[in-house]
Design a protein around this ligand. Structure first.
Ligand SMILES: Nc1ncnc2c1ncn2[C@@H]1O[C@H](COP(=O)(O)OP(=O)(O)O)[C@@H](O)[C@H]1O
Ligand SMILES: [Mg+2]
Length: 282
């Protein structure tokens, strides 16, 4: 037995499927734990969750080990996850601000994390042909990079914890905040938005997130530029994941995520200036 083997408690709890994620098959709750298949980024995620635990960060599950079926074991984080259909509070501005504060809290907690030697800090995949090069700004933080409503646990009406760190890797603060905006503002063509978010004031919601996060002026001025580039890159990256990782990624591609990304790009061309203005107004 190595130190990562999870020792089951004596009573045997049933396996309750957890739905809500897009990608991972076979996520289940067992008692106070969650079991998930070990993904390609697991060495980084497990080190990261261990670091957050030591740092005393309350906003992430604990990594408890690997069970006899080879699955990762995490603590179940109690609270409310949006699910589908989306609850009306998805549009709530107080909730939105609390997401910004949680992302900031996570960045403060993860700041001293050093990726252990031998752990791959990136996807390890080649850059797909034709993809525009990555933004020239250096990574500042090991980001979560997947702030969807299904990956945030709320308690007492506030964002309390992040789950699903599968996409974590070094990135910029701008990339992190724009990822949260993408889902919560949201940054997409309204045809792709949840009906609850189709008529909201998107630039205003971007500003609420940026303020709650405490975004710097420099980062505010770079956001739209990096978003536009990131959206162009996303089309290539999603296609590559669908082809090379298959599973839920392939399903999302078949369901048209590529076209949705193209619509986001066009929408950003039309609305980027309004977002810039909302972020920079004193
Ligand atoms: N540690 C956890 N605590 C509470 N709920 C969880 C936890 N992990 C997953 N869930 C629930 O299961 C759903 C799917 O799990 P997730 O890890 O996000 O998988 P996916 O990769 O498919 O998005 C989440 O949206 C959430 O509702
Ligand atoms: Mg998820």
């Amino acid at each position: 037995m190595n130190s990562f083997t999870y020792v089951e408690s004596s009573e045997s709890d049933p396996e309750i499927p957890l739905v809500g994620g897009d990608v991972t098959e076979g996520v289940v709750r067992v008692g106070d734990t969650v079991r998930r298949p070990v993904g390609p980024n697991a060495p980084l995620v497990h080190a990261l969750l261990g670091y957050l635990e030591e740092a005393g960060f309350p906003g992430a599950p604990r990594f408890l080990g690997i069970d006899a079926a080879g699955r990762e074991v995490l603590t179940f984080v109690p609270g409310e996850v949006a699910g589908r259909p989306r609850p009306a509070w998805l549009a709530d501005e107080e909730r939105l601000a609390s997401v910004g504060r949680l992302v900031r809290g996570y960045h403060a907690a993860v700041a001293g994390f050093v990726i252990p030697e031998g752990v791959r800090p990136s996807r390890g995949l080649s850059e797909p042909p034709g993809m525009p090069p990555a933004p020239r700004y250096p990574a500042e933080v090991v980001g979560h990079r997947d702030y969807t409503p299904d990956n945030i646990v709320f308690r007492d009406g506030k964002a309390a914890a992040l789950i699903d760190f599968d996409l974590a890797r070094p990135t910029t603060r701008v990339d992190e905040v724009s990822n949260a905006m993408m889902y919560w503002a949201p940054l997409c063509d309204p045809v792709d938005a949840d009906p609850l978010l189709r008529e909201v004031d998107v630039p205003r919601r971007c500003r609420i997130l940026a303020d709650a996060y405490g975004m710097s002026d420099v980062d505010r001025s770079r956001l739209v530029e990096m978003l536009t580039l990131g959206t162009r890159r996303a089309w290539f990256l999603m296609k590559q994941r669908a082809e090379e990782q298959g599973g839920g990624w392939a399903r999302m591609w078949e369901e048209g995520i590529g076209d949705e990304i193209k619509r986001r790009e066009a929408w950003l061309d039309r609305h980027g200036a309004a977002i810039d203005a909302a972020l920079s107004t004193p």
